[in-house]
Ligand binder design. Sequence first.
Ligand code: SF4
Length: 217
Amino acid sequence: MIKWSYSGLKEYVNCPRQYYEVKVAQNFIKKPTQQMLYGSAVHKALEDYVGESKPLEKNYERYQPMLDALLEIEGERFPEYRMALNTDLQPCTFGAKDYWVRGIVDLLIVDNDTAHIVDYKTGSAKYADVKQLRLMSLMTYAHFPEVQQIKAGLLFVAHNTFIDETYTREESENLWKDFLPDLERLKLSLETNKWPENPTPLCGWCPVTTCQFQKVR
Ligand code: SF4
């Protein structure tokens, strides 16, 4: 059975061979880049501020007005909220053996029939990818049956930019369609054990040294 997350599926789409070597066979380890380490540190600081009112360090203080605006939203707050679904699209625990898909919402706020989902981003808004908001929304509907509408957004903290979308529960079937073609491809790769390479300029940063397209930077 496939087990997936939004980031994992994206990695598969970017390069099936790298996905296989790193995630399935675990022949290589993808080392975190400086950008990823910075992103993790910022996420932790924002999570601590929103979830535990821990003051922001000096270098992150400029993000405070954006976070304070989020804290004004009515409802119960769930920072770093973990959700998972089984193959029947029913909610299960994040660590359940039979989970099918799972993900973590940076900030979820539930106010009766309305929920707010926020994902913090440290990169450029030029690369905004709202599909992950759609997946988080689908999981929120399963975990919170009372929620009928979701306002979701990517908060690009370094650029003070918020890219948002609104969904209703009735749209769920359509939202799932965003993921089905890629999941079908992943299923086929697993069944046939075929993992084609997808060379891009990023090959120079790829850990798969046995791939013909890998170049040392
Ligand atoms: S070097 Fe490029 S094509 Fe080869 S596995 Fe890595 S990302 Fe894929």
